[in-house]
Design a protein around this ligand. Sequence first.
Ligand code: MG
Length: 203
Amino acid sequence: MKIIGVGRNYVEHAKELGNEVPEEPLIFLKPDTSLIRNNQPFYYPDFSKDVHFECEIIYRISREGKYVKEEFAHKYYDAIGIGIDFTARDIQQKAKEKGLPWTLAKGFNGSAPVSEFVDKSHFTDLKNLDFSLKINGEPRQNGNTSLMIFTIDHLISFVSRYITLRKGDIIFSGTPKGVGPVKIGDKLEAFIENEKLLDVEVK
Ligand code: MG
């Protein structure tokens, strides 16, 4: 399986990092070795001094898709969850300055903790879902899927023109504003609506 990430999919987050709001989706990949499941801890890597949290709604792809039309894209994912797109901001910043890929900044081991997936029929309106992140009990990020620049249906259509989607792939749909660094000992809790779905301890 693969993990597809989307950069700058919320206006206020693009602005907080000094980026332009994109005209088309900014796509990157994380390898399957970046996954953390079952609330296992995240081990702070020795190659970065500035790992940031990015709390994101994630979508599970349920069938193979190529050149999926946007109007049919909803048939290609069956469940959603919440994840943290850990980003080594110092490594990413160097890459951005040199126009180099983000692979190491985004795809390192353990950089993608994910919750259990919840069948999408559980939610009344996927296009208007609140989600949030607390760190050590303090609210740090709040988002709503209605604020995504590119909808999940658009993202599926866009990506599948270039990269075949397969059952079990995961799409990280971008983070709202409020990103920041984590440190060893932090306890992250991520919620969809008011339901806690993910715990991550930084070790
Ligand atoms: Mg992200």
